[in-house]
Design a protein around this ligand. Structure first.
Ligand SMILES: *Cc1c(COP(=O)(O)O)cnc(C)c1O
Length: 431
């Protein structure tokens, strides 16, 4: 008996296996939990060395192709794809820190990351100190302790559009042999590649610009491959000490790529936030048009920011492309090809004006997402930043009349027409 002569039930799951590989130009989607071993020794060698593919949680060809694409776009040595941006940030932080360790983070970060640091990593014994004025090197230095294992910040932050001086902060990290981790979600590697400026690790929510179409979640960690065991080993004992059962250390096995290897071998597959190969495919396909989208979105966003800035009903616009923004000079040093397309502006009419605004938009969509091909609007004070105190919101640039825009790829003329119509209505409601 062979599969061909087996019963219906058996043929249903075994017929048609073993197709020949074909030279697909688009990345094939290996939507499979696992991979067949060629023989006895192949299985043993996969488990012994990790080479090749065995099980999708530890490696998958579609996922690997996208990891290589994103590592190349970020000028990194290695990338690990994960199921969401939060999973990527958690994995990156757990790659560098453990119980008893400490992280120094910018205050101007995604609320989900802040919650992870304050509510979850704190319970694992990892403490965080926040830096309010990220342009002040002394504030970063003062926050560093002997057990600090990473500095963390966002290249462009929401809501105030603060821009991190990546070279300055990574140089401070270097003085203490501490890696700088940069969340580059809002800028994307089209506008800035933090590793080229000294950052050690870049993380993304791939759910945003990388995938680009608002259809999947994903996250990625990109490592610079510049781990120096002699200089930084004292801050990373898990990379330089022998492994369980006397195994050679990660640094002995992977050299300067030890940190990325540890994330891939130990943290990502154990905590288990693996991406679906289908989602990986969609992220890789999205990233093919990243530059086209971000270039246009950034151009449209700047013209919309200028238009809003000149509008009587608008109190202020926090867009780093405007000459009036306090970080404009820093942005000019780091951002090449645009200033991004996510920014906030504040209506003079306060909360009631904001309520009318989100309920009146037509071309814009009212939802909590960014980096989509569609233009989106959200009222941060009652949504993403609702759990902050009013004083904290003020520091973060989130007031009752503040709205966040994420500009898509529509014709900017249509976007401005939508805003013009909505703002005329706002005046009637508030007056
Ligand atoms: C959305 C976002 C995240 C979290 O990513 P998810 O894919 O939603 O898990 C982290 N950082 C920034 C800057 C984000 O915008």
């Amino acid at each position: 008996m062979t599969v061909d002569t087996a019963s219906f039930f058996t043929r249903a799951v075994h017929a048609g296996r073993g197709q020949q590989p074909a030279a697909s130009r688009a990345t094939p989607i290996y939507l499979t939990a696992g991979f067949e071993f060629e023989d006895f020794d192949h299985a043993a060698s996969h488990f012994g060395t990790g080479a090749g593919f065995g099980y999708t949680r530890t490696g998958n060809p579609t996922v690997q192709a996208v990891e290589r694409q994103l590592a190349a776009l970020e000028s990194g040595a290695d990338a690990v794809l994960l199921g969401s941006g939060q999973a990527a940030i958690a994995t990156a932080l757990l790659t560098v820190a453990g119980a008893g360790d400490h992280i120094v983070s910018s205050t101007h970060i995604y609320e989900g990351t802040r919650g992870l640091l304050l509510d979850n990593l704190s319970r694992l014994g990892i403490e965080t100190t926040f830096v309010d004025d990220i342009a002040d090197g002394d504030e970063w230095r003062a926050a560093i302790r002997p057990n600090t294992r990473a500095l963390f910040g966002e290249s462009i932050a929401n809501a105030r559009n603060d821009v991190l001086d990546i070279a300055a902060v990574s140089a401070i990290g270097d003085e203490y042999a501490i890696p700088l981790i940069v969340d580059n979600t809002l800028a994307t590697p089209f506008l800035v590649r933090p590793i080229e400026h000294g950052a050690a690790i870049v993380v993304h929510s791939a759910s945003k610009f990388l995938a680009g179409h608002g259809s999947v979640l994903g996250g990625v960690i990109v490592d610079d491959g510049r781990f120096d065991a002699a200089r930084a080993g004292h801050n990373a004992p898990h990379l330089v000490l022998p492994g369980r059962g006397g195994l050679a250390s990660v640094a002995e096995r992977h050299g300067s790529r030890a940190r990325g290897a540890y994330a891939r071998e130990s943290v990502a597959p154990r905590f288990g936030a693996s991406p679906s190969p289908l989602n990986a495919f969609l992220i890789g396909q999205g990233a093919e048009t990243l530059g086209l989208r971000v270039e246009r979105q950034s151009r449209s966003a700047l013209s919309i920011a200028r238009w809003l800035d000149a509008h009587d009903d608008v109190e202020s616009v926090d867009h780093v492309g405007l000459e009036s923004h306090p970080h404009h000079a820093t942005a000019l040093r780091y951002l090449d090809g645009g200033f991004g397309s996510i920014f906030t502006f504040t209506l003079r009419g306060g909360l009631e004006a904001a309520r009318h605004f989100v309920e009146s938009v037509d071309v814009f969509t009212h939802m909590t997402h960014i980096g989509d091909v569609r233009s989106l609007v959200l009222h941060p004070a009652t949504t993403s930043h609702a759990y902050r105190t009013e004083e904290e919101r003020e520091v973060l640039g989130v007031r009752p009349g503040t709205l966040r825009l994420s500009i898509g790829i529509e014709d900017p003329t249509d976007l401005i027409a939508d805003l013009d119509r909505v703002l005329s209505g706002v005046r009637e409601v508030v007056a």
